[in-house]
Design a protein around this ligand. Structure first.
Ligand code: 2AM
Ligand code: CA
Length: 263
C-alpha cells in the first residue's frame, strides 16, 4: 500500500530544507564550477542542497533509490526512485536572477507518481500526486483554458550544450514568436512547467532536458489537467530529452508546428 501522504510530506520537507540552503547562499559570492562546458554551471549550493535532500529522504526511506543531478544514480532498481534537481535554474541562481527551484519527483515502479517543485524565493510550493490533484501551497491549481496560439503565452529554454540544438530551438522560437501572443525563456524548466500547471503560461517546449528537470513537474501538469509529450509522439518518457507541455488544448497545435520544423 503506497502511503502517499507520508511520501508527500517527506518530499516537501526535503524541498523546504533545500530551499533554505538556496536562500542562504542567494545574492552572496558563490563557488562556481563548470561541468561539461563553460555554460554548464554548478555552485556549492547545488551540492549542499542535493546532499540535504538525500539525507532527509534516506532518513525516512532507507530502501528507496535516487537519481540526482549532482550525485547520479543509487539503487536504481528499487520500487521507489526519487528524481532530484537541487537547483533547477542554476544559471539564474548564479546571477542572482530569482527564478529557480528545487525539483523532487518520485517514480513508483518506473511510473511518475508524485512531484514537488519549490520556489523558495517566492515561497511557492507546487505539488501533486497521481490521482490527488495539483496544488500551489494550499490551493488547488489547474491549467488555463486558452485554446488558440495567438492568445497564448509560451515559454522555452535554451540548452547549455549548443552544438546544433541551439539552432534547432531558434527555429522553433522564431516560429512561435510569430504564432503566439508572446514567448518567454525564464530558465528553469521545472518552474516554467509549473507555471503551465497553474495557468500562468499556456505551453512550454524545450530540447535537451534531463529526467531531474521534468519528472516532478510532469506529474504536476498532468494532475492540473494539462499534457506532456515528447516531440514526434503522443508518449512521454522522462529519458527522452525533449518535451512539449501544455494546458492540453494547445498540445496538438504546438506538436504540429514543432514536427513540421524538426531536423
Ligand atoms: P539546471 O539549471 O538544473 O541545469 C534551462 O533552459 C533549463 O535547462 C534548466 O532547467 C536547466 O537546469 C536545464 N539544463 C541546463 N543544462 C542542462 C544539461 N546539461 N542537461 C540537462 N538539463 C540542463
Ligand atoms: Ca540543477
Amino acid at each position: 500500500m503506497i502511503d502517499t501522504e507520508k511520501l508527500l510530506s517527506v518530499a516537501k520537507e526535503a524541498a523546504l530544507e533545500a530551499g533554505e540552503i538556496q536562500l542562504a547562499y542567494f545574492g552572496k559570492k558563490k563557488e562556481i564550477s563548470h561541468k561539461f562546458n563553460q555554460f554548464d554551471l554548478v555552485t556549492n549550493a547545488d551540492k549542499l542542497a542535493e546532499e540535504k535532500i538525500l539525507s532527509v529522504i534516506k532518513g525516512h526511506f532507507p530502501e528507496h533509490g535516487f537519481l540526482g543531478e549532482e550525485s547520479g544514480s543509487y539503487k536504481s532498481e528499487a520500487d521507489y526512485v526519487w528524481v532530484i534537481d537541487p537547483i533547477d535554474g542554476t544559471t539564474n541562481y548564479a546571477h542572482n536572477f530569482p527564478h529557480f527551484a528545487v525539483s523532487i519527483g518520485l517514480l513508483y515502479q518506473g511510473r511518475i507518481y508524485l512531484g514537488v517543485v519549490f520556489d523558495a524565493f517566492k515561497n511557492e510550493m507546487f505539488w501533486a500526486a497521481e490521482g490527488a490533484g495539483a496544488y500551489m501551497n494550499a490551493d488547488n491549481i489547474s491549467v488555463s483554458n486558452i485554446d488558440s496560439l495567438n492568445k497564448s503565452l509560451l515559454a522555452t529554454g535554451f540548452p547549455v550544450n549548443r552544438d546544433g540544438i541551439l539552432e534547432e530551438n531558434i527555429r522553433y522560437f522564431t516560429k512561435f514568436l510569430y504564432e503566439a501572443q508572446a514567448v518567454r525563456r525564464p530558465g528553469s524548466a521545472s518552474l516554467d512547467m509549473c507555471y503551465v500547471a497553474c495557468g500562468r503560461l499556456d505551453g512550454f517546449w524545450e530540447l535537451n532536458l534531463a529526467p531531474w528537470d521534468i519528472t516532478a513537474a510532469a506529474c504536476i501538469i498532468r494532475e492540473a489537467g494539462g499534457e506532456v509529450s515528447n516531440f514526434g509522439t503522443d508518449n512521454f518518457d522522462i529519458y527522452v530529452k525533449n518535451i512539449i507541455a501544455t494546458n492540453g488544448l494547445l498540445q496538438g497545435k504546438m506538436t504540429e508546428i514543432i514536427e513540421s520544423l524538426m531536423p
